[in-house]
Write a protein that binds this ligand. Structure first.
Ligand code: AHR
Length: 508
């Protein structure tokens, strides 16, 4: 037994953090009760041609004065590579169902200009296309996920995209790819067959979409050993009617993945949340959990449905976005605050706990749009800030590829202490979220079936729920060390109101 007792917690945390409202929280980690692997894909991301996500966000262009690496904003590439992005979904979103991939290849000057009909009807210049996206993925270590156009596209267009990307050589399309600078196939595995086909992706009924999905799927083939993993457009939230309506009309083969979207809407402007509205928003994660369980159960009820990976393809807080912010920074530009980080923590804890139900989760979106990891100041500016959400993801990184464990907490109500645990070789990782605005917690955690030699912990915390990292003050909400007491099978630490923390334990 070894102890890592830290004498003065108070010296390391902001003042007034531990008032007399501190509650003791008992937690039990069941080391012998495994759930499933925490797939790194639970920490995946989404980039759409929307607002300043691509242009001015990830992409500044090769001739920009902003430091860039082959046109990609250097600071963004560095930050994202450091975090690790398991999978990156592109080009939409709604944009995907009106995107014609051929517009985005070949010499930049010859690429056509189109209207981005979904997001402000601005000019899409197509300087960021398939090659640029794959290059970005390679630079940040992400596996690419392409969303195909079912809404305004054709099976032929999408099968050609698969051939262009994955056929090794010798066909016109693979030669075209080579002529455009990439003789080696891109080997893209993940293919979305449309997006929100019940809405912006074609406003279809589930039976209509099922017929189209089946037709598209026939033509999306394995080339050069890369078998496409086909992802069908699933429901919004818990819409079982869509899921059953689609699945009932499948004839033989189900898709490999089924995409559901569940945003956590908010009443207030991102940096002006009231406590009541924060509580409402954070409580939505209980419904997200119910919806994931429900959709999983629906899939499992179909022949071979258990083999279909359930993908939470878009999630994250979607606040009331002031038009003034959109005017400056582009559509759906949203600041990330301490509240947003709590939301990220609740989501990531949930995915650990539902590791046996999920295949992949993509928060929306990676830069500047909705609950983003990074915000940038504009296409001419070098300012690129890591948001509170970036740091929340960083806190959960240690869970990737470990085995999620069952954890018991005293209270399972939506705003109670949230906890999850995972086990690796000689190491256990525990994550906690205290979403309360007015109650500090003392966490007293027992390990069943394991003992810890020592451990360290980190915390993301601010006493102001609206605190955020800005272009002028980029380090307002950042990860700090958290003192913990490790005593064999007992782990203790203080978790202030509005904080999330991860402890990494070395097991005996
Ligand atoms: O992420 C923003 C939009 O939300 C996406 O384009 C769409 O799929 C969803 O409705």
């Amino acid at each position: 037994m070894a102890g890592t007792a830290v004498a003065s917690l108070a010296s390391l945390l902001p003042r007034n953090v531990f008032a007399d409202t501190t509650t003791a929280q008992r937690v039990v980690v069941h080391s012998d009760s495994e759930i499933a692997t925490v797939r790194p894909e639970f920490h995946s991301h989404f980039a759409e041609h929307l607002g300043s996500c691509i242009y001015g966000g990830l992409w500044v262009g090769k001739n920009s004065r902003v430091p860039n690496v082959d046109g990609h904003r250097r600071a963004a590439v560095d930050y994202l590579r450091e975090l690790g992005v398991p999978v990156l979904r592109w080009p939409g979103g709604c944009f995907a169902d009106d995107y014609h991939w051929h517009d985005g290849i070949g010499p930049e000057a010859k690429r056509p200009k189109r209207v981005n009909i979904h997001w402000g009807a601005g000019v899409e210049e197509n300087s960021f296309g398939t090659h640029e996206f794959i290059d970005l993925c390679r630079k940040i270590g992400a596996e690419p996920y392409l969303a195909g156009n079912v809404g305004s596209g054709s099976p032929r267009e999408m099968r050609d995209w698969v051939e262009y990307c994955n056929y090794p050589s010798g066909t016109d399309l693979s030669q075209e790819r080579a002529a455009n600078g990439s003789p080696d196939p891109f080997r893209v595995r993940y293919w979305g067959v449309g997006n929100e086909s019940w809405g912006c992706g074609g406003n279809m009924r589930p039976d209509e979409y099922a017929a189209l999905y089946r037709r598209f799927a026939v033509y999306l083939r394995e080339f050069g050993g890369t078998k496409p993993f086909l992802i069908a457009s699933g429901p919004s939230g818990s819409d079982v009617g869509w899921s059953r309506g689609f699945l009932d009309k499948m004839k033989y083969e189900l898709p490999d993945g089924f995409s559901m979207h569940y945003y956590e809407g908010g009443e207030d402007a991102p940096t002006e949340f009231t406590v009541a509205h924060m509580n409402e928003q954070l409580s939505i994660f209980a419904k997200v959990e119910d919806s994931i369980r429900l959709q999983r159960a629906v899939l499992d009820g179909y022949h071979e449905g258990r083999n279909v990976g359930l993908i939470l393809d878009e999630w994250g807080v979607w606040d009331h976005i002031p038009p003034s912010d959109e005017k400056i920074h582009g559509a759906l530009w949203q600041q990330s605050t301490m509240r947003s980080a709590l939301a990220a923590g609740l989501g990531l804890n949930l995915f650990n706990r539902l590791a046996d139900q999920l295949y992949m989760c993509n928060i929306a979106q990676i830069v500047n749009v909705l609950q983003s990891l990074l915000i940038t100041e504009g296409i001419e500016s070098n300012k690129c800030v890591r948001t509170s959400t970036y740091y929340a993801f960083m806190l959960f990184k240690a869970h990737r590829s470990k085995t999620a464990l069952h954890v018991t907490t005293q209270d399972s109500s939506p705003l109670a202490l949230s906890a999850s645990a995972s086990l690796g070789a000689n190491e256990m990782v525990l994550s906690f979220v205290n979403p309360h605005s007015d109650a500090d917690m003392h966490v007293d955690c027992s390990l069943l079936g394991a003992s810890a030699k020592d451990g360290t912990a980190e915390i993301l915390h601010h006493t102001d729920l609206n605190a955020c990292n800005t272009f002028d003050k980029p380090d307002t909400v950042v990860i700090q060390k958290l003192p913990i007491k490790v005593d064999d099978v007992r782990i203790q630490f203080d978790l202030p109101r509005m904080s999330l923390a991860t402890a990494t334990l070395r097991l005996g």
